[in-house]
Design a protein around this ligand. Structure first.
Ligand code: NA7
Length: 543
């Protein structure tokens, strides 16, 4: 029973990015009372927070977008091939207005606790300001890369300059003109930010732990005739993305890299390098991510490019990745990344061999030297896929904490639900393709599946749903088995939890592909939510 101070909803959603916004829209369509809680003062999620210089999407604009609304598709115009952060944020604001979402979004509100109540069979949710709400369904839309990771380096508090994390960038922007800047991290964020900061700062020192393979993005303004073609063929584009492996409207290549001659391979890699973007890895050959020898042909191609582009051979060698297969860490794409190391005002420090020992009042001291800096940028990534969930303080049946339940790695069924946490739905959770795909496509599939499930429950007078232990165990084993058929586990990546000290080493996303995953989810729904246990409150009996 709820107290007078408690507000009741059918559903509470956390997060107002791509996921939470669409989830709210679907819940309203079902006639549910729903509220979204959002920590920020605006919509956008990832695109609200990641305002660092050079921040842009690595998926192309015309398919990194909602596909459920023809009106939005037709009305919105993208300015370029890869939209920059401000443009995506404008797009999401446009969608929020169009769907009239804001009236059910409570901004500036962080969820600090969500407990399943064993008596009422509802979720009791607490916000940072001590207010309480309750809901039948608790839906997380917190994103996979939203809990920023700032490494625990001795002395940070003593630093007299300013420091920033790429994922929590100040809204007013940062002017690095005339400044000596240090950046730690060469993942996708660092690779986007480094060329832009280098062009502005007096000097940029890049502290690199692991060199990265990157391919040119080749951004360009969106040609008007292409925009027109896209708008005329959206149905076909959507059909393709939904059936694809990575949620992008491209055909999966049919040829093995090992079937081609070295000359043929070079021609193929050259053509994808020139076209730019993920095509180099995803559209060239079909075995780059499953066969080490095939992978090595692409890796070696990029290594040769680094030697060509970077003039100083010592710097080129430091930038050359050798310890893990290409594509097994999230592949970045770039604009003039390797070229930036030819600039007079850029220094590369290899902190794998000369580690950072401390941050001093003046800058960063490695085992070799002290680098004086006015600003430090942490492009050090996120506690991926589970970090943001754990921050919500989720407790399931019997008061068990999600963090405890998942102490040895996340346990989910379809990446959407977890045993012991009835009516908790996780959008793009661990065990779903999410981060291995073009996110909006995965998000839409999740949201529509969850909405369908809730609709089914209401139609059948069911009150709660959770996966059976058996179905969950089988799914987790399946996720691991598929991952182990790929080269992904060979890299110390955030996909593996390897970037967070103490995090269990488990491959987090589902590698089976967007299309097959979608079919499996649909099949489970058609079979009356096979593998889930559904109960009715009054009798509290399994159905
Ligand atoms: P990533 O891809 O996790 O990259 C983080 C980078 O920071 C990476 O180069 C790390 O080196 C480095 N890092 C992390 N911790 C440390 C410490 N303690 N010391 C030195 N260097 C460190 O995060 P991004 O923000 O770039 O990208 C996240 C995702 O956003 C991206 O994959 C896209 O999906 C969008 P490492 O390789 O671990 O040695």
């Amino acid at each position: 029973k709820s107290s007078a101070a408690t507000k009741d909803f059918d559903a509470i959603v956390v997060g107002a990015g791509f996921s939470g916004m669409y989830m709210l829209h679907k819940l309203r369509e079902l006639g549910l009372s729903a509220r979204v809680f959002e920590a920020a003062d605006g919509v956008g999620g990832t695109w609200y927070w990641n305002r660092y210089p050079g921040a842009r999407c690595d998926s192309e604009s015309y398919y990194y977008a909602y596909s459920f609304s023809k009106e939005i598709q037709q009305e919105w115009n993208w300015s370029c091939r890869y939209p920059e952060q401000p443009e995506i944020l404008r797009y999401l604001n446009f969608c929020a207005d169009k769907l009239d979402l804001r009236r059910d979004i409570q901004f500036n509100t962080r969820i600090t606790g969500a407990r399943y109540n064993d008596t009422t069979h509802r979720w009791d949710i607490e916000t940072e300001d001590g207010k309480r709400v309750s809901a039948r369904y608790f839906i997380t839309a917190v994103g996979c890369l939203s809990a920023a990771q700032i490494p625990n380096i001795k002395g940070l508090e003593s630093f007299r300059g300013k420091w920033y994390h790429t994922g929590k960038w100040p809204h007013e922007g940062v002017d690095f003109t005339g400044k000596r800047v240090g950046i730690i991290g060469t993942g996708s964020s660092g690779i986007q930010a480094i060329p832009v900061i280098a062009a502005q700062a007096k000097h940029l020192t890049v502290f690199q732990r692991t060199p990265n393979y990157t391919v040119p993005a080749r951004d360009a303004p969106m040609p008007a005739d292409f925009q027109k073609t896209v708008k005329a063929t959206y149905d076909e584009i959507t059909r393709k993305t939904r059936a694809s492996v990575f949620g992008m409207p491209f055909d999966f290549p049919e040829q093995s890299a090992l079937e081609a001659t070295p000359e043929q391979r070079k021609a193929i890699y050259d053509s994808w390098w020139d076209k730019g973007g993920f095509g180099f890895l995803l559209s060239s050959y079909n075995d780059l991510i499953i066969n080490k020898e095939a992978n090595e042909t692409a890796a070696e191609y990029v290594r040769a490019k680094i030697r060509d582009i970077v003039k100083d051979p010592v710097t080129a060698e430091k930038l050359t990745p050798r310890t893990y297969p290409i594509g097994t860490k999230r592949p970045p794409i770039d604009t003039d990344y390797y070229e930036t190391f030819n600039r007079e005002n850029v220094t590369l420090v290899d902190i794998r061999s000369l580690p950072i020992e401390e941050i001093t009042p003046k800058g960063i001291r490695t085992s070799e030297a002290e680098y004086e800096l006015d600003a430090i940028v942490f492009a050090t990534g996120f506690d991926a896929m589970t970090g943001a969930l754990f921050k919500l303080g989720i407790h399931g049946k019997g008061g068990i904490a999600l963090e405890q339940q998942w102490a040895h790695g996340p346990q989910t069924y379809l990446g959407i639900a977890t045993t012991g946490f009835p009516n908790l739905f996780i959008i793009t959770g661990p065990g779903s393709p999410s981060v291995l795909s073009n996110m909006p496509v995965s998000i839409e599939q999740h949201v529509e599946w969850i909405a369908g499930c809730i609709q089914y429950m209401r139609a059948h007078n069911l009150d709660s749903i959770e996966p059976s232990e058996d179905a969950q165990r089988t799914w987790v084993a399946h996720v691991n088995e598929l991952a182990n058929e790929t080269l992904f586990p060979q890299a110390d990546s955030w996909y593996m939890g390897a970037n967070i000290p103490g995090k269990p080493r488990v491959f987090l996303p589902y590698t089976g592909g967007v299309g097959p995953y979608r079919d499996r989810c649909a099949e489970i729904a058609e079979k009356g939510y096979e593998g889930f246990v559904m109960t009715r409150d009054r009798q509290n009996e399994a159905v």
